[in-house]
Design a protein around this ligand. Sequence first.
Ligand SMILES: N[C@@H](CCC(=O)N[C@@H](CS)C(=O)NCC(=O)O)C(=O)O
Length: 97
Amino acid sequence: MTVLLKLYGSLLSQPSRAVELFLSINKIPYQSILINVLKEDHKSDKFLKLNPFNKIPVIDDDGFVLKERYVEETNGRFGKQQLTIMSQYSSANSVSP
Ligand SMILES: N[C@@H](CCC(=O)N[C@@H](CS)C(=O)NCC(=O)O)C(=O)O
């Protein structure tokens, strides 16, 4: 069974919206998990285990956790972590948040 990529975020968060757009445009199936920053969900023990920096968005791709929207290298090439996720999805190499 395929495990859906999980996106922890909120529509109130511009970085979260950028990642949602990236996933949608590249047709990457994902499960959206709302983190309500107004209720400080991002400071809960459960969330801090995922991202000790208490920031959204966070991507959990079957245990491979990305805590930072930007994993690109300075010259605009994709970083190793982002490539790992993108390489699993055939059309995922055209748009980056
Ligand atoms: N560099 C991070 C920044 C993420 C970020 O600043 N997220 C904000 C929401 S837009 C956040 O989680 N704020 C909660 C806080 O700082 O307590 C990224 O782009 O992924």
